[in-house]
Structure formats: C-alpha cells, structure tokens
Write a protein that binds this ligand. Structure first.
Ligand SMILES: *Cc1c(COP(=O)(O)O)cnc(C)c1O
Length: 241
C-alpha cells in the first residue's frame, strides 16, 4: 500500500471508531479531503482509493484542479471568499463552508437568481467564529450564550441572510483554535453544536443539518461532539510546504 493509501485508511478507521464511541452511524460523517497545495496527481491517487469529497481554500488554485479532474468529484470551498470571486465560486463548487457575511450572501443570492452557477441548490454553511480569535474569519459568536450583544448582532446578520431568496443554509462551520490536546477544543465544538440547534429553532425554513468541524488535530473530538463533515488535510496528504 502507498503512504497515501495507508494514511487515508487510518483516517477512515479513526472516523468510524469515533462514530462508534459516540453511538453514531459510521456513515454519519463525510470526509472532506483538504487538498490545498497538493498537485493533481496526488488528488487522482486519492480518488483511486475511493475519496470523493475534496476541499480547497483558494479559488485560483481550485479552478485548475477542478477543470483537470472533471466529473465524479464533489468540491468544497472552505476558505475566505472575496465578493468579486463569488461568481467563480458558484460555477466551481458544490459546497461552500465559508459564507461569513450578509454582503457575500446577497451577492450569491443575486447571482443564483440570475441563473449563474451549476448547482441548484448550492449547499451553504455559515462560517462561525466561536473561539473569538481575531485572526479567524467567520461571523462573530464568542460567548454567544452569555453575551447578549454578541448574540443579538449574530442573530441580526443571520436573519438578513436567512431571508434571501435562492439560498439554503444547510449548516455551520468553524475552525477550532490550535491547542496542545485535542480535548481542549471540545467546548468550541459543543458551542457550535448548541448554536446550530438555536439557529435551527429560530430559522426553521433552513435545514441546518450539517456541522462542518474537525481538522487533522481534532477531528475525533469533533465527531464525538456531532460533526457531520470533517475537513482533513495533513493526516491524509502529509505536511504542507
Ligand atoms: C487547511 C484547512 C483545513 C485542513 O487542515 P489540516 O490541519 O491540514 O487537517 C481545514 N479547514 C480549513 C478551513 C482549512 O483552511
């Protein structure tokens, strides 16, 4: 077995072990292989081992790969999106994990209304900054349970986005802070799950079914806390340059 095949197999095994610990069905979690910085040949090798979902964080880099690789792959945009790239994102990706402003949401809504894009509907998750780290993008939600101002500002933004035509909000995404022990990220994942539940109660016209959380260093904990999609790069492809 190649190194890539072995790493992919190990990640799959750990995902199903974490599902079992959490009393969840092993197919309750979708593995998104984060292929940023890696060449097309490496992605093709992963496809030959049955990998279907791939995540990229830069539009230009992704465009070349998506054109070269054609059908049978599901592409996920996981990085920050500039408004002027919204049209490209629509034509390239089936999932967007990183919708982080009402401005961008309005742009997507308008473009889809004009018939742009391949995917009807586009699967959209709101990116949420649960940890409050200023270096992170996402709608601010630090201490949303206790801080009324944070909660009200967040709800006001979500209310605007939720009311737009042509957009289906199917979940939320977050990046946990870098910590020494994966378990230290657990409160961030639990907080995102609780936030998802609160949004689902207040905006029932959207499905909110997905929790996109968990990366190489913390995906097992994220799955125990309810992740439905994990975004994993290094554990599959090795360290990035
Ligand atoms: C790079 C990246 C990942 C994957 O990180 P790894 O630590 O390599 O697993 C996941 N999510 C986002 C948003 C990323 O940018």
């Amino acid at each position: 077995m190649s190194a890539l095949a072995e790493r992919l197999e190990l990640v799959r095994q750990k995902i199903s072990d974490a599902c079992r610990r959490a009393n969840r069905a092993p197919n309750a979690v979708t593995l998104v292989a984060v292929s940023k910085t890696h060449p097309i040949a490496t992605l093709q090798e992963a496809i030959s081992y049955g990998q279907i979902h791939f995540g990229e964080n830069r539009v230009e880099e992704a465009a070349g790969k998506i054109e070269a690789m054609g059908r049978g792959v599901v592409w996920h945009m996981i990085g920050h999106i500039q408004s002027r790239k919204a049209k490209d994102v629509l034509s390239l990706f089936e999932y967007v994990h990183s919708l982080d402003s009402s401005k961008l949401a309005e742009r997507f809504s308008r473009l889809i209304g004009e018939g742009q894009g391949n995917w009807q509907p586009l699967h959209i998750f709101l990116e949420i900054n649960v940890s409050g780290e200023l270096s992170k993008s996402g709608l601010m939600a630090a201490k949303w349970q206790d801080n009324r101002a944070v909660r009200e500002a967040l709800w006001a933004e979500v209310r605007q986005i939720a009311a737009l035509p042509y957009l289906q909000l199917e979940g939320v995404m977050t990046m946990a802070p870098v910590v020494e022990q994966a378990d230290q990220a657990r409160p961030v994942f639990a907080s995102l799950r609780e936030l998802r539940d609160a949004l689902a109660a207040d905006f029932p016209q959207h499905s909110w079914e997905h929790l996109s959380m968990g990366m190489t260093d913390d995906y097992e904990v994220a799955i125990e806390e309810g992740a439905t999609m994990v975004r994993i790069g290094r554990a599959i492809f090795g360290e990035r340059d």
